[in-house]
Design a protein around this ligand. Structure first.
Ligand code: DOR
Ligand code: ZN
Ligand code: ZN
Length: 417
C-alpha cells in the first residue's frame, strides 16, 4: 500500500473513524486500522470525497486571457474539486474531431485535477467521431457566450438521437431562444426581463419530446424547477442561482445566463437543493476578465466564476446546519460520478482516491487575494467558506492549506479508461 489516511471519513453514507488504504491511485482497503504503510493521521478532521464539477468553462484554447487549464484546475483543487467537466464553447468550439484533438493538445500536461471534455452540438457536429473521447455532449438552446446555438426542434431531435446512440449524456442550456429578447439592458432586472422564466420553462417542455439522457444545466427559476418534476431529466443548480438574485450588488459582474432572478426563485431553488431534489451542484464557472466586465452593462459578457468557491460555501452552510452532509456529498460527488459514469464520487474500494480533508471549525471569508482563478474577481467575495486543508487526486496530494504541494497529475477521465 502506498498511503493510508485515517480520520473521520464519509463512508457508506455516514461519518465514522476509518483508515483508507491507497495503492496506485485507487482506494484498496477501508478498515478501522491499517498497519504497515505510510500513514497520515488526520485526527478529527473530515475526509470527504473530492467534488466533481459537471459544468465549467476553463477557456482553453482560445480565450486564455480569461482562464486557462492550469489556472482553472488550480482554482478547482483549491475549492475541493478533484474533477472538472469542461464545456465546448472554447475557440475553436469543440464540435469536430479535429477541434477536439486540438483542444486535447492545447491542455495536455496543464491540469492539476482530473477532467473530462464535452463535445458541442450543432447540426454539423461530428458526434459519432468525438463520442469515444468526450465525457458528454452539450447543446445551447439559447444564445450565450460563443456561437453554439441550436434553435430548431428538428435539429434538436436529430442531435438527441445521435447522442443517444453513443450512450453519452446530453447536457442542455435550457433557455428558448424564441422567448429571449434583446432590448437594451442597464441593470440585472433588465437582463432578467429579456430572459424570463418562461424561456426556461418552454425549453424544458420542448426537450421532453426528445429521446436521450438529458441533463438540464443550471436550473434557475421556480417555474423551471416545477416544470422539471414531470420529466425524467437530471438537473444541476449553481451556487449563484441559490445565493444571489437580481437585487444583489454587482451590476454587469453578476450578468449571467440564465439570469439571476427574484428572491423567490432563489429561495425555491435553495430549498429544493437542501431537501435533496436537485441531482448535481455545478458551478458553471464562466470567468471573464475585469476589463470585460467593466464595459457598459449591455455589452459586458455573461458569466461568473465559481469552481473555486462553490464547494467551500456549501461546506460552510453544512457546518452552520443549513445543508445536510449527505445531500451535499450526493450532489457534489456521488450523482455527478454516476450520471457521467466516472470511477469516482465515493470513498469506496475500487474507486479513484480523490478526496479532500476539511476542518469544519476553520470558517473563513472569501477573499479575492486567496483565489487562483486568472479572472481575479468573485461574485462571492466576503461570503463564509470552508476551504479544504488538503486535496488529493488519485492518492497524490495536490494542495495543502491553500498552497500547491504536488505535480500536475490531472488526466482526462476518458483517456484513462
Ligand atoms: O452566463 C453564461 N456564461 N452562460 C453560458 O451559458 C455561457 C457562459 C460562458 O461561457 O461565459
Ligand atoms: Zn449555460
Ligand atoms: Zn455554462
Amino acid at each position: 500500500m502506498d498511503l493510508v489516511v485515517e480520520g473521520r471519513a464519509y463512508i457508506r453514507g455516514k461519518l465514522g473513524h476509518w483508515a483508507i488504504g491507497i495503492e496506485d491511485g485507487q482506494i484498496v482497503k477501508i478498515a478501522r486500522t491499517i498497519r504497515g504503510a505510510e500513514r497520515i493521521d488526520l485526527g478529527n478532521k473530515l475526509i470527504l470525497p473530492g467534488a466533481i464539477d459537471p459544468h465549467v468553462h476553463l477557456r482553453d484554447p482560445g480565450l486564455t486571457d480569461k482562464e486557462d487549464f492550469s489556472t482553472g484546475t488550480l482554482a478547482a483543487a483549491h475549492g475541493g474539486v478533484t474533477t472538472v467537466l469542461d464545456m465546448p464553447n472554447t475557440l475553436p468550439p469543440t464540435i469536430s474531431l479535429s477541434n477536439l484533438l486540438e483542444k486535447k493538445e492545447a491542455i495536455a500536461g496543464k491540469a492539476w485535477v482530473d477532467y473530462g471534455l464535452f463535445g458541442g452540438c450543432t447540426p454539423k457536429t461530428e458526434i459519432e467521431e468525438m463520442a469515444p473521447m468526450v465525457v458528454g455532449f452539450k447543446v445551447f438552446m439559447g444564445s450565450s457566450t460563443g456561437r453554439l446555438l441550436v434553435t430548431e426542434d428538428s435539429d434538436l431531435n436529430k442531435i438527441a438521437s445521435r447522442v443517444k446512440r453513443t450512450g453519452k449524456v446530453l447536457s442542455v442550456h435550457a433557455e428558448d431562444e424564441d422567448l429571449i429578447q434583446f432590448n437594451e439592458e442597464k441593470t440585472l432586472t433588465d437582463h432578467l426581463q429579456n430572459r424570463p422564466s418562461a424561456a426556461e420553462v418552454s425549453a424544458i417542455h420542448r426537450l421532453s419530446r426528445l429521446d436521450s439522457k438529458i441533463n438540464i444545466c443550471h436550473i434557475s427559476s421556480a417555474e423551471g424547477f416545477q416544470a422539471l418534476e414531470a420529466y425524467p431529466f437530471t438537473k444541476e443548480v449553481t451556487a449563484h442561482h441559490m445565493i444571489l438574485d437580481r437585487e444583489s450588488e454587482g451590476g454587469a459582474y453578476l450578468k449571467v445566463n440564465p439570469p439571476l432572478r427574484t428572491k423567490d426563485d432563489r429561495l425555491t431553488l435553495f430549498q429544493a437543493f437542501v431537501s435533496g431534489h436537485i441531482d448535481m451542484l455545478g458551478s458553471d464557472h464562466a470567468p471573464h476578465t475585469i476589463e470585460d466586465k467593466e464595459q457598459e452593462f449591455d455589452t459586458a459578457p455573461s458569466g461568473v466564476p465559481g469552481v473555486e468557491t462553490t464547494v467551500p460555501m456549501m461546506l460552510a452552510l453544512m457546518k452552520r446546519g443549513t445543508l445536510p452532509i449527505e445531500v451535499l456529498i450526493r450532489a457534489m460527488a456521488e450523482r455527478p460520478a454516476s450520471i457521467f459514469n466516472l470511477n469516482k464520487g465515493k470513498l469506496e474500494v475500487g474507486l479513484d482516491a480523490d478526496f479532500m480533508v476539511i476542518d469544519p471549525r476553520s470558517i473563513s471569508r472569501i477573499n479575492i487575494n486567496d483565489l487562483y482563478s486568472k479572472c481575479n474577481w468573485s461574485p462571492f467575495e466576503g461570503k463564509e467558506a470552508i476551504f479544504p486543508k488538503m486535496v488529493f487526486v488519485r492518492g497524490e496530494s495536490v494542495m495543502e492549506d491553500g498552497e500547491l504541494t504536488g505535480d500536475r497529475v490531472g488526466r482526462d477521465v476518458i483517456a484513462a479508461r
